[in-house]
Ligand binder design. Structure first.
Ligand code: EPS
Length: 384
């Protein structure tokens, strides 16, 4: 299963094609729209989110609510296009209203992208590098999530650190934690930390600054044996890191204890194995559900670190690419913090990667064929 996306931030629309989905998977379009809505929320978002109200249009691959095993094409319109149709025109010459951007912003793809693709106008880089594309990633990931749900897996996400505020030990089950995070405008499950995080974002805004943070994604119901220890490019931990790092501004990924595991002796890291009522179990989940690049039947626990958005009201120094003169960048519109939104994208990307691994293991052309393969495997594993 693979996907491709296309679309500029201020172009007519974003599109995606998903290829390799099994047939007969029920596709819940309201759920896709709900996930798109979730991605647009979060305290700290900027003016653009008041313009957009993302909704998906399914252009192919689904009939009477079910996949046909054919490529699924998805479309998300950019409402802002109506304000950009001249500046982003597909045909003709650039009108006088177009002012070429020659001032690359530190922290963006601007400079490297313009040099790499030989562009005079940095807009030709930033339009595609924009995190606007994450709308299609959420649409694609939601269909993957629906496939996972069909096989008893659920994906949860919440923000665990933002603006120097760290969420400590949380009470409750994974669904309870996720439910609390769902009600929070910063997707934080701890009300005390939530308020301090909101205050930190308000302060950053007043200072003309931006904030990054860390979110955690958990997948429950994952069977033993997704991924592989046998070859480097099939290790699921590596693939999860890649898909999370495909999200704009993600600079780090950790699994289970992550970097903390490097600080502890082995006796305080590895999850002891027990056996009861015909099943193996673990006394802890420091591995985050992955050993040797293979799922071990425990919930997957993955965290990703997002850097602060580089478009700052407080200008940073850069150099004009035309004159080579230094300048201090100024901007008109930006988010102060998009970590809560990124956590929704993180859920989608983790869902995508786990669904890909699931399909590789239990592959079939229809969900019924997959179910047979899955049942057979569970029976075999249960006998051992
Ligand atoms: C983004 C810049 C802002 C964000 C945008 C990502 O857009 P604009 O330049 O239109 O103000 O709002 O995020 C989205 C549009 C979105 O849908 O998440 C950037 O430079 O990455």
């Amino acid at each position: 299963m693979r996907y491709l996306t296309a679309g500029e931030s201020h172009g007519p629309a974003l599109t995606a094609i998903v290829e390799g989905l099994p047939s007969n998977l029920a596709v819940d379009i309201d759920d896709v729209n709900h996930q798109l809505w979730r991605r647009q929320q979060g305290y700290g978002r900027g003016g653009r989110m008041r313009i957009e109200s993302d909704r998906v249009e399914v252009m192919s691959g689904v009939r009477f609510g079910k996949t046909m095993g054919t490529p699924v094409a998805l479309l998300v319109h950019n409402k802002d296009w109506r304000n950009w149709s001249e500046k982003m025109a597909i045909t003709g010459e650039a009108p006088d209203s177009v002012v070429e951007i020659t001032k690359p912003r530190p922290g963006h793809a601007d400079l490297a992208g313009a040099l790499k693709y030989g562009q005079e106008d940095v807009r030709n880089v930033l339009e595609r590098a924009s995190a606007r594309n994450t709308a299609t990633m959420v649409a694609v990931g939601t269909i993957a999530r629906q496939l996972l749900r069909r096989f008893g897996m659920e994906v949860y996400g919440h923000v665990v650190e933002l603006g120097h505020v760290k969420v400590d030990q949380l009470e409750g089950t994974i669904p309870e934690i996720a439910e609390r995070a769902e009600k929070s405008e910063v997707r934080v499950a701890d009300p005390d930390a939530e308020q301090r995080i909101i205050d930190a974002i308000t302060q950053a805004k007043a200072d003309g600054d931006t904030l990054g943070g860390i979110f955690e994604i958990i997948v429950t119901g994952v069977p033993i044996g997704l991924g592989s220890y046998a070859h480097p490019d099939r290790k699921l931990d590596g693939r999860l890191a890649q898909s999370l790092m495909s999200i704009q501004a993600i600079k780090g990924v950790e699994i289970g204890l992550g970097f903390e595991a490097a600080r502890r002796p082995g006796s305080q890291v590895h999850d002891e194995i027990g056996h009861r009522q015909g099943e193996y179990y673990r006394r802890s989940n420091n591995a985050g559900g992955l050993e040797g690049g293979v799922t071990n039947g425990q919930p997957l626990v993955v965290r990703a670190a997002m850097k602060p958005i580089p478009t700052l009201y407080k200008p940073l120094e850069s150099v004009d690419m035309r004159t080579k003169e230094p300048f201090r960048a100024t901007i008109e519109r930006s988010d102060v913090c998009a970590v809560p939104a990124a956590s929704v994208v993180g859920e989608a990307m983790v869902a995508w990667t786990v669904a890909q691994a699931f399909l590789e293991k239990f592959g079939g052309d229809s969900v019924e064929e997959m179910q047979d393969n899955y049942d057979n495997y569970l029976r075999r594993v249960g006998e051992r």
